[in-house]
Design a protein around this ligand. Structure first.
Ligand code: URA
Length: 230
């Protein structure tokens, strides 16, 4: 973690104040004065501010059940941010690993650990996301196979990666994808001439939504560990 961020995570100072402390020579790492705010520090480094040892607060890992008409952003826009539901301190330090559209409901994972969320969103990780998709028109077996094999999205140079489709009922499918392109599910369904009328994320990797809409909970150690597997 960057030194300035480490100071924020272990005190109540903001980034600007942390940077000025560093530039003023008030910060030591392993006994040496460091004046570079972006220097990387690790858990086992001894960081002191004005001579006091700093201990970083633990990372937070959260599941929330996003309602419709909320947004996955740190600031409210046309709709309130999903972070509004978290009745905890310092929500501005948190970010969402894999955003959902305002009209999509379901599982969002929230954290202040950038390395962990990168494991969820980076395409090479092939992290499976399962969506329950309501459709305007019935889904045929042959169209499901096309979606599974990969379809051409407008504006993309390559086909979507292999997906899994389970037809639950004619106008409802479970779609499992490993990518997270902009409006990916809606664009995949549009690419086969259909339209999404409702969209709900049920799981990300081994973590499944198990709380009511608008609720949140901390993830268990096992759930957190799923995304540190590699
Ligand atoms: N795909 C979409 O089109 N929208 C979402 O919110 C998530 C995946």
């Amino acid at each position: 973690m960057r030194l300035d961020k480490f100071i924020c995570k272990s005190t109540d100072f903001n980034r600007n104040t942390a940077v000025s402390f560093i530039l003023d020579g008030a910060v030591c790492v392993n006994g040496e004065v460091i004046t570079d705010p972006v220097m990387q520090v690790h858990e086992n480094n001894c960081v002191k501010l004005h001579g006091d040892v700093l201990v970083s607060r633990p990372f937070r890992y959260i599941m929330a059940h996003k309602p419709s008409d909320t947004i996955c952003s740190n600031v409210d826009e046309a709709y309130p941010s999903v972070l509004k539901f978290l009745d905890i301190e310092r929500t501005s330090e948190l970010h969402i690993a894999g955003r959902l559209d305002a009209d999509t409901t379901g599982l969002v994972l929230i954290t202040d650990d950038g390395r962990w969320s990168f494991n969820i969103i980076r395409p090479t990780q092939q992290c499976e996301k399962v969506y329950r998709v309501g459709l305007r028109d019935p889904m045929s077996e042959s169209t499901a196979v096309r979606l599974e094999q990969g379809v051409q999205l407008q504006g993309e140079t390559s086909l979507t990666l292999p997906a899994k489709v389970t037809i639950v009922r004619p106008k409802e499918i479970l779609l499992t994808i490993t990518e997270g392109k902009y409006h990916q599910v809606k664009r995949m369904i549009a690419a086969v001439g259909n339209r999404v009328v409702s969209l709900h994320r049920e799981s990300i990797g081994a973590v499944s939504l198990d709380i009511d809409v608008g609720q949140w909970r901390y993830l268990s150690a096992e759930e957190v560990a799923c995304f540190y597997a590699e």
